[in-house]
Design a protein around this ligand. Structure first.
Ligand code: MG
Length: 429
């Protein structure tokens, strides 16, 4: 038996606002940041994870992670790891903290960070990358991880078991395919709103040459600019290459429909986050108003219940899970099962800092053990800040190569943690 001796946190911020990397219609000057958590044991090992924020949010997010230390420090680790479903329910069930949500926002994301530190240490002790640890579990073990509360009018434990059992047969073959060819990626790097047209064109050309299956443009600040930039991207990429657009919650519902119709001639592959991430019925209205152009959302979907409603309301045709928005691996397994139940492809949100490293494990697990498909599915990729991770993502021919290092991929290099720990201003500026 080993005991948890500490839940350490760090406030890590990168000065991305200085180069306008990550700029979009709602977030003009993000500093990509990590509210970072490390769980340490008296056996000398540790689990790492973080919540992604874009700067000052770290002040609040780190405090929320610290508020969970009492649940963990001093506890024996193995019983928590052996029953990760129970551990999840214990953490989301702290009634005094639950009052802040329930199951949404800063506290829920903090719980996600803690859950993910435990998955990291569990995978490291098993000697497996997280995706392979999850994909090797039985259907019964996987459903035990999921909290079906509030889901059963759309997805029951029995439904989930059937999905997982029907995927069980081809697992070994799909794992081999994954190891050989990886998981498709698409890139947002050309499309940041703060980039010049020349930079957009150059990066779009490079993305196609590198083998990415799609690019994405940020839109929503100015329609004339969007038309000009989308036209340029179409000229560079040709008539058939998929180009998605992302409004980052900028529009009213009716405005979204009008704006997207004005861009329809350039045939967007999907329209992402057209309006408030909480407006399920608004997304459904937009989906009807712009069909057959697809609506995508999810990077700000605060929990599994929002995804359930988006699917029930036929509001999305592309579901975008995020590794650190909800309460960790457990809740994202619920999200993957919901997508499989409704037959909607999952194309995860990534980028930021470390989101590619983290979320690839979930898509790879999904392909092997849940949906059983890579068809119409791809993981977002942004070429920023990977060098700060112990096991950075490897992209080859536009695809994510399978990570083989044990753990969840979220561990940052000790030197990067030290260098970029917030000191009240950007010392690298
Ligand atoms: Mg987005």
């Amino acid at each position: 038996m080993s005991r948890i001796v500490a839940l350490d946190t760090a406030d890590i911020r990168f000065p991305t606002s200085l180069s306008l990397d990550g700029s979009d219609a709602m977030n003009p000057d993000p500093d990509y940041s990590a509210a970072y958590a490390i769980i340490r044991t008296d056996a000398g090992d540790a689990g790492h994870a973080f919540v992604f924020t874009i700067g000052r949010g770290n002040d609040v997010q780190v405090a929320a992670i610290d508020a969970l230390a009492g649940h963990l420090v001093g506890r024996e680790l193995e019983p928590l790891l052996d029953d990760m479903g129970g551990t999840f329910r214990e953490l989301i069930g702290d009634s005094q903290l639950r009052w802040l949500g329930p199951e949404k926002g800063v506290m829920h994301m903090a719980i996600g960070a803690v859950i993910n530190t435990l998955w990291d240490i569990k995978a490291k002790r098993a000697g497996l990358p997280l995706w392979q640890l999850l994909a090797g579990m039985t259907p019964e073990e996987i459903v035990d991880l999921v909290d079906f509360r509030y889901l059963t009018n759309a997805l029951t434990r029995q439904d989930a078991l059937e999905i997982l059992r029907s995927a069980h047969n081809g697992r070994a073959e799909r794992e081999q395919q994954l190891l050989a060819t990886g998981y498709p990626g698409y890139t947002t790097s050309p499309g940041w709103l703060g980039y010049s047209d020349e930079k957009l064109e150059r990066l779009a050309r490079e993305a196609m040459a590198e083998g990415f299956t799609q690019i994405k443009l940020k839109v929503g600040a100015d329609l004339d600019d969007d038309i000009r930039r989308f036209r340029k991207a179409r000229e560079v990429c040709g008539p058939d290459f998929p180009i998605a657009i992302d409004a980052n919650q900028r529009w009213e519902v009716s405005e979204a429909i009008e704006w997207v119709r004005a861009l329809a001639e350039f045939r967007p592959a999907w329209v992402e986050e057209p309006t408030s991430p909480d407006d399920v019925l608004g997304h459904a209205e937009i989906a009807r108003g712009i069909a057959p152009i697809r609506v995508a959302t999810g990077e700000h979907a605060q929990n599994r219940m929002i995804f359930k409603q988006l699917l029930q309301a036929h509001a999305i045709e592309v579901m975008q899970i995020d590794a650190v928005r909800v309460a960790g691996v457990n809740e994202n397994i619920a999200n993957l099962l919901l997508a499989a139940k409704f037959g909607v492809p999952v194309c995860p949100h990534a980028g930021g800092v470390g989101l590619c490293e983290a979320v690839q494990h979930l898509s790879m697990f999904d392909f092997v053990a849940v949906s059983g498909s890579r068809e119409g599915r791809m993981i977002e990729y942004v070429d920023h800040l990977h060098e700060h991770f112990v096991t950075p993502t490897v992209i080859r021919g536009g695809s994510y190569m399978t990570p083989s290092t044990p753990g969840n991929g979220m561990e940052m290099k000790a030197g990067s943690i030290a260098d970029y720990t917030w000191k009240g201003q950007h010392v690298f500026a």
